[in-house]
Design a protein. Structure first.
Length: 75
C-alpha cells in the first residue's frame, strides 16, 4: 500500500467530520479540519491523475480559506 492511501482515508474522514463541526459546533474549527483533510487527500488524487478532483478540492479549499479568514477577522 502506498503512503498516500491511508492519508486519503484519513483526509476523507476529516472532511466529513469537519462539515459536521461546521454545522453543529464551530465554523472556524470545522473549516480548519476540512482544509487539513483536503490537504491530506490531495497527494493521492495527484498521483492517480484525477485532475477533476484536484481542481474541485482546490476551488473548495479557496472558498474555505476565504471563509476561515473572514471568521477569524470577525467580518
Amino acid at each position: 500500500m502506498k503512503y498516500d492511501v491511508p492519508l486519503r482515508i484519513l483526509g476523507s474522514a476529516l472532511v466529513v467530520f469537519g462539515y459536521f463541526v461546521i454545522v453543529n459546533i464551530d465554523v472556524t474549527v470545522g473549516v480548519a479540519l476540512s482544509l487539513i483533510g483536503d490537504t491530506l487527500a490531495l497527494p493521492f488524487f495527484i498521483r492517480t491523475k484525477a485532475w477533476d478532483v484536484v481542481g474541485m478540492i482546490s476551488i473548495l479549499s479557496f472558498v474555505s480559506v476565504s471563509k476561515l479568514f473572514s471568521s477569524l477577522s470577525g467580518v
